[in-house]
Design a protein around this ligand. Structure first.
Ligand code: ADP
Length: 265
């Protein structure tokens, strides 16, 4: 089998994007999509930067709801598909936009998922952009292999790993790290989400997973990759996600947003 003829088309299409970053997690529910949304808003808070999120979680896309655009549909034009713009400098693309009914289950096997991811990469017109954040499903599945093989030529900066402090989540992140090493994906660093709990009333921070809080930092040290920061559990984050509001813009001084500013810088 010869080289995939679509790869040069993908590379050309993404050539205006300065940084492409994969957001990975070993486990589901650790806050990967939430973190992707927060990070996108954090980057977009600089009006001179343009940011995109590509949601490749085909079976459980949650980015459109978190970004407040779940009822949008895809816009096609002669040049391809345009992302849904949440802000002037923040665009989103998700399979959710292509579904006639957002509650429909997507039951697809690998080749079909592969085809859709290829189409996303080949046909979405992101234009000139500073950051493209690629939200992936948990674990190491077909979607990861597809994204990696299609993006190899266009140059991915690397992957940010999301975990929570619990040992079960840390175990899975080790597998994800192994996947990246085998697939030749650079690991930009680890973020510990739900690390501690900030009481919105008294602002005291409690360690819910006391024995393992800081586990991601220790893991990063052990395997010699950067620890990018710790985002605490904050009930306002869950609420903002459910209402599709930007937590980053509503609570810029919260401990979570301070941690995010650290990641962005
Ligand atoms: P994943 O993408 O890893 O499956 P999600 O981003 O969908 O996980 O997050 C799972 C749930 O946890 C969501 O309801 C989200 O609002 C909530 N959540 C994630 N991170 C935080 C946080 N730091 N504080 C409060 N709630 C959070």
């Amino acid at each position: 089998k010869g080289p995939d003829p679509d790869i040069p088309l993908i590379t050309a299409r993404l050539s205006g994007i300065k940084h492409k970053v994969l957001i990975l997690s070993g486990k589901g529910g650790v806050g990967k999509s939430t973190f992707t949304s927060l990070l996108a808003h954090a980057f977009a808070s600089n009006p001179e930067k343009t940011v995109g999120i590509m949601d490749t979680d085909i079976c459980g896309p949650s980015i459109p709801k978190m970004m407040g655009v779940e009822n949008e549909t895809i816009h096609t034009y002669a040049g391809g598909w345009s992302p849904v713009w949440v802000l002037d400098n923040l665009g989103v693309m998700s399979i959710q936009f292509m579904l006639p009914n957002k509650d429909d289950a997507i039951i697809w096997r690998g080749p079909k998922k592969n085809g859709l991811i290829k189409q996303f990469l080949k046909d979405v017109e992101w234009g000139e952009m500073d950051f493209l954040l690629v939200d992936t499903p948990p674990g190491t599945s077909d979607e990861h292999l597809s994204v990696n093989s299609f993006l190899k030529e266009s140059g991915v900066d690397g992957a940010v790993m999301l975990t929570t402090p619990q040992e079960v989540a840390l175990l899975d992140v080790r597998k994800e790290i192994d996947f990246c090493r085998k697939a030749g994906i650079k690991i930009l660093g680890i973020v510990e989400n739900m690390s501690g709990f900030v009481c919105p009333k008294c602002t005291h921070e409690s360690q819910i997973f006391e024995a393992t809080t800081g586990g991601a930092r220790a893991l990063a040290k052990e395997i010699n990759i950067p620890f990018l920061g710790a985002v605490p559990l904050d009930p306002r984050i869950g609420m903002a996600s459910d209402y599709g509001e930007s937590f980053f813009d509503s609570w810029p001084d919260s401990p979570a947003c301070k941690a995010l500013k650290g990641v962005v810088n």
